[in-house]
Design a protein around this ligand. Structure first.
Ligand code: COA
Ligand code: AMP
Ligand code: ZN
Length: 432
């Protein structure tokens, strides 16, 4: 039941002692980077001022903007010849971020993911299929190495091509699948179209779902349609990727691995701790990373600590499923998108005016983004409009990695709102 009992079963005081030791080592590591040295200098802090995990509140926050401002290697705490991998977010308009890993970081990441998978009963002998994008998406290589670490037969199917995905599931006897919740719905629909009954015609037993917010109701539906147990998996590229917090077989919230992270939940406005059990922004400090430790990183994800002890015996605290974000990031098809990325692309076209509207829908279990944007001047030159639409679509796809539907509309026809312009309408419904 426990892959790492020596860490998973630590008492609270043992965990805090370990955090203290690892925090000290992390702070020393941070002093290898001019970014953190300068931060500490500005706050008049030295490493010796931070003795216990509680002292962490003396430290300044690290934000996504810091990662952007120091793109690509500015936060590295090791010489670049010790870095063996980088992952980068999407975006070419000045928004990308980079996360660096040493060989040890990758090993620790694989172990964390393996611990999660083991916790929900997966073992060597299972056949693990991953429908995440590989490459820069950390759900790809993250689960790949974690599953291999456990000795499972892995099927790196990657995103898309749903019929082939299903053929792999039936031909190889896939028992465990990682899929984002909205894509699980698509898989079910296509299985039915192919005349398959997922409960009867597949060996699927376990689904790992995460990467986007979903409700308890959605999980139960996925479970009943596919005939599986589905476990919520939470992670983010800045913290490596998957393997940050995961449900155990009790399915009562996500254990966050406190031997890897010091966890705070803060009011996003005041940045003070919220009252016990209240929702706030998750702020994480990595304490088991070499290349790019992050101190008090503002994840922008909103959640709360769940009260009480878990019957599974682990003392690592449990987070409630994510309640949303404290910024305007959208997640579509497992891809994170900021409205400003879209605006920046649109504003590069001199034919376009300033008004635009992004609408998110999910007809036929496939998320869709429609971008309506006004033309500066009226034209009925259809070939020109068509080629402009194609060009905008392609530039947007380069930026946000999904294909939006672009509609050019006459000036003044987009709905006007009083006060701050409404740029995003999320009309997605739970379909399954
Ligand atoms: N995971 C896996 N496949 C997905 C998906 C997802 N999150 N979202 C959509 N798809 C499938 C679609 O169903 C479609 O396949 P099908 O027509 O055979 O059913 C195919 O991908 C292309 O989708 P489409 O909507 O036409 O393409 P797009 O250009 O808008 O998006 C994707 C391209 C899907 C490749 C891109 O959104 C992607 O890579 N998503 C995965 C992101 C990911 O892995 N995130 C990390 C999770 S930890
Ligand atoms: P990425 O860096 O691409 O892995 O995306 C990380 C973001 O995806 C997180 O900051 C969350 O906003 C979101 N996310 C990841 N896992 C979950 C989950 N289980 N539930 C809700 N949102 C999630
Ligand atoms: Zn538990």
């Amino acid at each position: 039941m426990y892959l790492h009992p020596q860490y998973e079963l630590l008492s609270r005081s043992e965990l805090e002692y370990l955090q203290q030791e690892r925090l000290q080592a992390t702070l020393k590591q941070c002093m290898n980077s001019s970014f953190y040295r300068e931060r500490f200098r500005k706050c008049g802090l030295s490493v010796s001022d931070i003795k216990t995990p509680e002292d962490i509140t003396k430290l300044p926050f690290t934000t996504k903007q810091d990662l952007r401002d120091n793109y690509p290697f500015g936060l590295s705490c090791v010489p670049l010849d010790k870095v063996v991998r980088l992952h980068s977010s999407s975006g070419t308009t000045g928004t990308p971020t980079v996360i660096l890993h040493t060989a040890r970081d990758l090993e620790e990441w694989a172990k964390a993911v393996a611990r999660c998978l083991y916790m929900v009963g997966l073992r060597s002998g299972d056949i693990f299929q991953n429908s995440s994008g590989y490459g820069m998406f950390t759900g790809g290589l993250g689960f790949q190495y974690g599953a291999e670490h456990l000795g499972m037969l892995t099927v790196p199917a990657a995103a898309g091509n749903t019929r082939r995905q299903i053929k792999f599931i039936t031909d190889f006897g896939t028992t465990a699948l990682h899929a984002i919740p909205s894509y699980a719905g698509r898989l079910y629909e296509v299985m039915v179209e192919m005349g398959l009954d997922p409960r009867r015609d597949t060996s699927l037993r376990t689904l790992i779902i995460g990467a986007e917010p979903h409700s308890e109701e959605q999980r139960r539906r996925i479970e009943s349609m596919l005939g599986v147990k589905a476990y919520n998996s939470f992670g983010m590229s800045e913290m490596c990727g998957p393997g940050v917090a995961f449900e155990c077989t009790e399915q009562n919230g996500l254990h966050i691995w406190e031997d890897y992270y010091i966890v705070e939940i803060l009011n996003p406005e005041t940045l003070e701790p919220v009252a016990e059990g209240e929702v706030g922004e998750l702020v994480l400090t990595t304490i088991n990373r070499e290349a790019m430790p992050l101190l008090r990183y503002r994840t922008r994800d909103l959640t709360r600590f769940l009260p009480g002890e878990c019957p599974c015996g682990r003392k690592h605290r449990r987070l409630d499923r994510m309640k949303g974000r404290s910024d305007d990031m959208m997640i579509l098809k497992g891809v994170n998108i900021f409205p400003v990325q879209i605006e920046t692309v649109l504003m590069q076209f001199e034919e376009l005016g300033n008004d635009y509207l992004i609408t998110l829908t999910n007809e036929q279990a496939n998320d869709l983004m429609t971008v309506e944007v006004e033309l500066k001047e009226f034209t009925d030159n259809y070939p020109k409009l068509q080629s402009l639409t194609r060009e905008i679509t392609s530039r947007l796809k380069d930026e946000i990695l999904i294909t939006p539907q672009v509609r050019l509309v006459p000036k003044g026809t987009l709905p006007q709102s009083e006060g701050k312009a409404v740029r995003v309408k999320d009309l997605r419904k739970t379909l399954i």
